[in-house]
Write a new protein. Structure first.
Lengths: 458, 380
């Protein structure tokens, strides 16, 4: 079930009406859990078995861990279970493809059978969310949750179930424990967030996708300008698509009286790659920071180990996004970039003397070019696109002006948000005018689209 | 990636941040925003309609490229009910697929009657199931009038044509068919899409935006159009000049040749199980419920392309239709088959065919009675 469909609108209308009536009773979480399972099972009811398995195992592990004094073996079991699920369903095909390829290159006439496994939507998100609970409990950062219903609701809460934000138990579980106070402001704030997210997804991401898909579909037919613009557009497409989802998720959460964490903070205004990762997919970055980087030793074991940890964390983060070498390369590009510029970013000269706009430009250019590996269908295509971009052969890219204007408007808005001009965009007429513009654009020009969100596949 | 030394509880901090923009309205501001949006969204279609000159000529028929523009059909219905006594509703046979507007059945009937009494409200390419939807959702203005409703037997000539098959079939004007009638098994749309279609029928703005797309954006959405015309200003496209009706036939390739084409067998469906018949009855009921006098024209159909044996089956179906119409006291006309050379294909007559058909219809006593009768709203 997608947020930007009528079926979700109807679903939410029913769920929300009942929720408002029972939010102060014990049935509240059971109702949210039921709604979340209907929401998730809408794609394929079989997916429910997986989420129920992951939830039950982690709940029982923590229950067993508690009297045993936070034993490491139980933690290991939880991690093996969660990563096992992820490996089998998400990376199974990738592993077998590569094993077969290796066997073939060694002239061994044997092939492993390819499993016909369907990748369950959002598995990477809820597995990480559930796993964070066991790790946090092991580290003593969170109390054991005694109610299975509440824990299952925490893992499967429908607004953020399939594409995050990846919430932490210490943020979400207490909210599920309490009776939510839903004020009018919560509802209007939620609605504001939802409309902004809807605009990002339907009016911007799906629109930009038309150009990106066309060019990336047959990159050999396009020259430098078109490929560069398509890459530039993809950077915005993925941002609008993913942050649009998050905005909608957070908006729905707010209407339910649940605060979900900020996941995107104008990442294309970042002044360094470290800054970029503090603004892009914040819930995942902090997850990797807390559970991978810190577990590897963080920056406590000297410079070389720190860099090793940073690189490993970003490589794993790349692979988290998809079972393909291109994602690993994308992670590697960021890892190398980050490792090379980490000290620079901390340098006072860089921080003070280099114009902010220049820093923002190079970070944006770096991140945009790195997206090529993320979007390309394979290594060969990525190389082809890069080589064509840097051939500087110019033919008319046929990039729609309307699309460019919309992107530039958003970019200008973000610049204003992080400058003194913020005073202007805070004014009520500007806020109302922006909202009216978005609603009218959606109502008149946007087509109804049932395009899934890009991050669902992760 | 933030480092471990930055030992802040990021979740706690971030959960308190509302968003990365300032688009956050209070309750009162939302009321303002909704008020402005509603004013614009209600006002725009009204302004648009006022801005578009629409004065159809005597032989006007909905241009082929506006066939899916139900907003335009609604507008034409409104206009036609004010200017004509008899409204003719049907598919491409009534529309006149192989002829110019001056050679349609409507034109010849008006000639026989001696004045402009009939309006051509047919839509080219519409399936009878969709036609019932067209009348139900977009033909509300057709009330208290005389209506000639065409029944095209072609749609009974196979299970595929009658939409009885399980295999997914492309249905023209699928947005008009009932979205929750699962008897139409070949209609395989997702629940989400069905719901969207069912809801949008009741949102006039969607019909207007669809109208804009069809009239000014080559039937494309703004995003798709801008991809084809990357450097053009989309707002400049909305000229408020409706597309001119095309004064030529839509189809020109004649598929029936009386000298060389061989008769064939059609696997006719039973009237009892026919979806077309079921929805045709529904269309009649809707029209009657709105106080219209409904007259049914059955055919024309090119019987010459059937084998003798198959022709018998076809005649049995016609008998069945006749019995049912008579039983329900619905005036009708089942014209005799036209000469073979006046057909372009299985059902579409050529110009001379329409002329003969008009003559047959005009001389048919129940039709004469229809012409002479006062309008339902007048008699009331």
């Amino acid at each position: 079930m997608l947020f930007h469909t009528w079926i979700f609108f109807l679903f939410f209308l029913i769920v929300y009406s009942v929720y408002l009536l029972i939010r102060k009773t014990r049935c509240k979480n059971l109702w949210l859990l039921l709604a979340s399972y209907v929401f998730y099972g809408w794609w394929n009811p079989l997916y429910l078995l997986l989420i129920a398995w992951s939830t039950t195992v982690d709940f029982l592990i923590v229950r067993r861990m508690a009297p045993a004094g936070r034993s490491k073996k139980w933690l290991a079991l939880s991690i093996i279970n969660n990563l096992g699920l992820l490996s089998f369903f998400k990376y199974g095909k990738f592993f077998i493809e590569n094993i077969n390829s290796a066997l073939s290159s060694l002239s061994i006439g044997y092939e492993l059978a390819m499993p016909g496994i369907l990748l369950p939507v959002g598995i990477s998100f809820y597995v990480f969310q559930s796993m964070s609970y066991t790790i946090d409990f092991y580290r003593g950062n969170v109390e054991r949750e005694t109610s299975f219903i509440r824990y299952a609701t925490f893992v499967s809460l429908f607004p953020q179930l399939v594409a995050g934000p990846i919430e932490r138990a210490r943020n979400l579980l207490p909210q599920l424990k309490n009776h939510p106070k839903i004020r009018l402001q919560d509802f209007t704030d939620g609605l504001s967030l939802f409309v902004v997210g809807l605009f990002k997804k339907v009016a911007l991401a799906d629109y930009i996708a038309l150009y990106v898909d066309k060019v990336y579909g047959t990159p050999g037919e396009y020259e430098s300008a078109a490929l560069l613009l398509a890459t530039f557009a993809f950077g915005w497409q993925i941002y609008f698509d993913f942050s649009g989802y998050t905005d909608m998720a957070r908006g729905i959460g707010r209407m339910l009286g649940i605060r979900l964490m900020l996941n995107f903070n104008n990442p294309y205004l970042a002044t360094g790659l470290g800054d970029f990762w503090r603004r892009w997919h914040i819930s995942l970055s902090t997850w990797f920071r807390d559970y991978v980087y810190v577990s590897l030793g963080g920056n406590r074991k000297g410079k070389i180990i720190t860099y090793r940890n940073l690189i490993l964390t970003l490589l794993i983060s790349g692979l988290w996004h998809g079972a393909a070498w291109t994602f690993l390369i994308w992670g590697a590009v960021h890892a190398v970039g980050f490792a090379l510029t980490r000290n620079l970013e901390r340098n006072e000269f860089y921080q003070v003397k280099i114009p902010r706009l220049f820093k923002q430009f190079w970070v944006f250019a770096f991140v945009t070019l790195a997206w090529i590996f993320f979007r390309a269908s394979g290594w060969d295509q990525a190389v082809l696109i890069l080589s064509r971009i840097f051939s500087f052969t110019m033919t008319d890219p046929q990039f729609p002006l309307v699309m460019l204007i919309l992107i530039l408007l958003v970019w200008a808005y973000q610049f204003a948000y992080e400058s003194r001009a913020r005073q202007i965009i805070t004014l009520a007429p500007v806020r109302i005018g922006t909202m009216v513009f978005m609603i009218l654009y959606l109502a008149i020009f946007a087509t109804s689209s049932n395009q899934p969100f890009i991050y669902f596949q992760f | 990636m933030t480092t471990a030394n930055e030992n802040i509880d990021s979740n706690k901090v971030k959960s308190e941040v509302f968003s990365s923009n300032e688009i956050r309205l209070t309750g009162t501001e939302w009321l303002w925003a909704i008020g402005i949006c509603l004013t614009i969204l209600i006002g725009l279609p009204l302004l648009g309609t006022a801005g578009e000159d629409f004065e159809p000529d005597a032989d006007y028929r909905v241009p082929y490229r506006l066939g899916y523009d139900y907003y335009h059909f609604q507008r034409y219905c409104q206009w036609a009910t004010n200017h004509y006594e008899i409204l003719m509703i049907g598919d491409s046979v009534l529309w006149g697929d192989y002829v110019t507007p001056e050679n349609t059945l409507t034109h010849y009937l008006n000639e026989y009657i001696g004045r402009r009494q009939c309006a051509n409200l047919a839509i080219n390419g519409i399936h009878p199931i969709a036609l019932a939807g067209l009348i139900e959702y977009y033909g509300q203005d057709i009330a208290g009038k005389k209506v000639i409703l065409n029944f095209n037997p072609l749609w009974l000539s196979s299970e595929e044509d009658d939409l009885q098959t399980e295999k997914e079939t492309r249905i023209y004007h699928a947005k008009l068919i009932p979205q929750w009638n699962f008897e139409i098994a070949c209609y395989k749309e997702s629940v989400e899409k069905r719901m969207e279609i069912a809801l949008e029928r009741h949102i006039p703005l969607r019909q207007w935006t669809n109208h804009l797309q069809i009239c000014y954006f080559d039937s494309m959405s703004l995003p798709q159009w801008s991809l084809k015309h990357p450097y053009q200003n989309p707002l400049a496209q909305i000229t408020f000049d409706l597309p001119e009706p095309v004064n030529k036939p839509h189809s020109t390739k004649i598929l029936w040749d009386p000298n060389t084409s061989n008769p064939s067998e059609s696997p006719w469906v039973d009237l009892e199980t026919s979806l077309q018949w079921q929805f045709f009855r529904k269309a009649v009921k809707i029209l009657q419920a709105r106080g219209n006098q409904v007259f049914v024209l059955v055919g024309p159909f090119n019987e010459h392309m059937l084998t003798d044996e198959n022709k018998k089956k076809y005649r049995e179906i016609l008998d069945g239709i006749e019995n049912r119409l008579r039983k329900n006291e619905i005036p009708y006309c089942i014209p005799a088959a036209l000469p073979s050379e006046y057909y372009a294909d299985a059902s579409h007559p050529l110009a001379k065919g329409y002329e003969i058909l008009a003559e047959q219809l005009y001389n048919h006593p129940p039709f004469q009675a229809l012409i002479r009768a006062g309008n339902s709203n007048e008699s009331k």
